[in-house]
Design a protein around this ligand. Structure first.
Ligand code: NI
Length: 187
């Protein structure tokens, strides 16, 4: 287990299309996921894609801690969850543009249009296929992370750059934006 350097925007390795994982249960995959978790915990992050630590494989690790969920929201916390070979299908045409940030663009926030409701299909470390529906913030988080697997950073999803902002200007010294219940739940 190890904390790995997180690549920043401008590094060409963030723009490659990552390869499928042939053996989700292998020792190598488990070691990768352990390193992703150590790396995330070292920066208090909740989502990371393998290419961000220089591994061009289709693996995302994320969680949705209770502390990040606004009071009164219906969204349930999600424990650390590896998504192996994930595929996202939008549910409907509705879009939202929530403030989002990325460990590869530290200190910045932007409003990025995303599908409000999605279905995601992925393999777990036992190679079982799992399908779940996600909404609001949870849906945008997963679209953001899975974009990394196709070499896409969020500025490429912005129709214009006018909402690109420093975190301190969007949410003050705390640096973490507080979502409304409706934004979070996608209602
Ligand atoms: Ni990111």
């Amino acid at each position: 287990m190890a904390i790995r350097p997180i690549l920043k925007m401008g590094n060409p390795a963030l723009h490659v299309v990552s390869l499928p994982v042939a053996d989700p249960g292998s020792a190598e995959t488990r070691a990768l996921i352990d390193d992703m978790r150590d790396t995330l915990e070292s920066v208090s992050g909740i989502g990371l894609a393998a290419p961000q630590i220089s591994v061009p494989l289709r693996v995302v690790l994320y969680c949705l801690p209770a502390a990040r969920i606004p009071q009164g929201a219906a969204t349930q916390p999600v424990p650390w969850t590896p998504l192996i070979n994930p595929v996202i299908t939008p549910l409907g045409d509705e879009k939202v543009d929530l403030w989002e940030r990325c460990l590869s663009l530290p200190g910045l926030y932007a409003r990025v249009p995303r599908h409000r409701h999605i279905e995601i299909r992925y393999q777990n470390i036992d190679a079982q296929w799992i399908t779940r529906q996600c909404h609001g913030y949870h849906a945008t988080l997963l679209q953001h992370e899975c974009d990394h697997l196709d070499g896409v950073l969020y500025p490429a999803r912005m129709p214009d750059a006018s909402t690109l902002a420093y975190a301190s200007e969007v949410c003050g010294p705390a640096g973490v934006y507080t979502y409304s219940v409706a934004e979070f739940d996608g209602t």
